[in-house]
Design a binder for this molecule. Structure first.
Ligand code: ADP
Length: 466
């Protein structure tokens, strides 16, 4: 339970929690009045509802009188029923006799009406000088039951007992039925924690420890799950990349073969010029051969990078260069499918921050999808446009085809995992593209009415953007 505001009783200070049922043994009327004035004043100051049940020899009028000096706007509090001062006979003994059950009901009703009025809490104090030996054991049962009423409510009850009126057996009863005991004797305060309170505190500590242990355990499990999920995602993305590269294997090998063939041709030419002792031509042919050899190495390097499984990187990279490399790798595939590929890459684009291989994977997926989509339209109308330009806060990449386009229904589902309309499709490509782009702080979406077929656009924030 949350701690209540200041009790107004210095000896316990701010240590009391809502739900407290405690008692105060007093020796003198002065001790009683001083303590209760401070208790009520603190409650009113904290916006609580206060109920003071006064017993003889103190009268309701005397209690009001005593409060007047400490609480200047007492009249207003009383008029608004924010503070009620009742006589113990009226509250505890309506009809002249004590009835614990009836009294408990009255508490529940009071609590309901006070909660309905929206107070921060309810602070009660009641004196017991009216209590006779005849009613003592019933009253103890009632006090015991009161702990249940108070339970988890924003309610605090301070019962006051005149020390002179209590023998040892009574004191034991009071200690048993309350959470803790305050006593003022010979001008000194004493605070006694009862066994019940100690037990409750120990229980609470045990529960807290237990809870903390379970929170730790759960956090550890969640961390493990999230790590496993992360790994699975990376695995899946890698499989998708390798699959995409596999789809292009035939065309890519052509891309590698081309420079190698050109290199061999140049070397043969060099041999020929050597026989003719034309060293200038030999030098030129060998220079070509070296360049072609390097080209082949570059292509193989790009292929290896796309196939390799590597941890994600955060580099400042040139998106145009990344696009050009992918377009280069897919050139053979485009030629094979009679697709005319056009690129419009704006000059001098600022660098974006991210993982080149992952972003190339996105563009590769979009290109392969476009190639596959255009297989259903006549060869002379197959066009693929890939563009990159600067936009507010980043770079926009657009992949636009002239295929059959997207249906309104598919538009909502394209990026869902396992959504596919292809007989041998996996339906993971676009879902992985979205994960990659979002992990880069960007967005990816499809439109059906921008170009002749489908248009996919992605935004990527600039390097150094928050
Ligand atoms: P898969 O290619 O395995 O089907 P994707 O997630 O890459 O998985 O694509 C999901 C679906 O989105 C495709 O099956 C297709 O219906 C649709 N789609 C993707 N790209 C295009 C495109 N360029 N034109 C038309 N439909 C497309």
């Amino acid at each position: 339970m949350s701690p209540m505001a200041k009790t107004g009783i210095d000896v316990v200070g701010d240590m009391v929690a809502w739900g407290a049922h405690f008692c105060f043994f007093y020796e003198t009327r002065e001790d009683l009045v001083d303590t209760l004035i401070s208790y009520c004043k603190s409650g009113l100051g904290s916006g609580e509802y206060c109920l003071w049940i006064v017993a003889e020899p103190l009268s309701v009028a005397e209690a009001k009188d005593a409060l007047k000096d400490a609480v200047p706007d007492l009249g207003r509090h009383l008029a608004e029923s924010r503070l009620e001062i009742l006589s113990a006979r009226d509250w505890f003994l309506p009809g002249g006799s004590f009835d614990g059950k009836r009294l408990t009901r009255s508490w529940y009703e009071k609590l309901a009406s006070v909660s309905a009025r929206g107070y921060a809490g309810m602070r009660v104090t009641g004196d017991t000088t009216w209590l006779t030996r005849k009613d003592w054991s019933h009253f103890c049962d009632y006090e015991d039951g009161l702990n249940e009423v108070i339970g988890n409510q924003r309610l605090a009850v301070l019962c006051t007992y005149p020390l002179a009126g209590c023998g040892a057996p009574q004191i034991l009863d009071v200690v048993r039925t309350h959470q803790f005991v305050l006593a003022r004797r010979h001008g000194n305060w004493e605070v006694v924690e009862t066994a019940a309170l100690k037990r409750a505190k120990a229980e609470l500590k045990h529960l807290n420890d237990e809870l903390e242990k379970r929170v730790d355990e759960r956090t550890r499990q969640l961390r493990q799950t999230s790590e496993a999920l992360h790994e699975a995602q990376a695995e899946l993305a890698h499989v998708n990349r390798v699959t995409a590269m596999g789809q292009l294997a035939a065309s890519i090998s052509h891309e590698v073969m081309q420079p190698i063939t050109a290199g061999i041709n140049n070397t043969e030419a060099a041999l020929h010029w050597l026989d003719a002792e034309n060293l200038a031509e030999v030098r030129e042919a060998l220079g070509h051969a070296v360049r072609e050899g390097n080209r082949a190495i570059d292509v193989i390097g790009r292929i290896r990078a796309l196939i390799k499984k590597a941890p994600p990187r955060k580099d400042a990279l040139d998106i145009n260069e990344a696009i050009r490399e992918v377009v280069g790798l897919t050139r053979g595939e485009a030629v094979k499918n009679n697709i005319s590929v056009q690129t419009q890459l704006a000059e001098g684009l600022p660098r974006i921050q991210g993982d080149k291989v992952q972003l190339q994977q996105v563009i590769l997926n979009l290109i392969i999808n476009a190639v596959e989509a255009m297989s259903s339209v006549p060869e002379d109308s197959r066009k693929l446009l890939i563009s990159a330009r600067k936009d507010v806060g980043g770079v926009v990449v657009v992949v636009q085809d002239s295929g059959p386009g997207l249906s309104p229904e598919s538009l909502d589902r394209l990026f869902d995992a396992f959504y596919t309309t292809k007989a041998s499709g996996m339906g993971m490509g676009l879902s992985i593209c979205r994960s990659i782009v979002e992990a880069h702080g960007g967005q990816i979406w499809a439109s059906r009415d921008v170009g002749p077929g489908a248009t996919f656009q992605l935004t990527l924030p600039l390097a150094g953007a928050p």
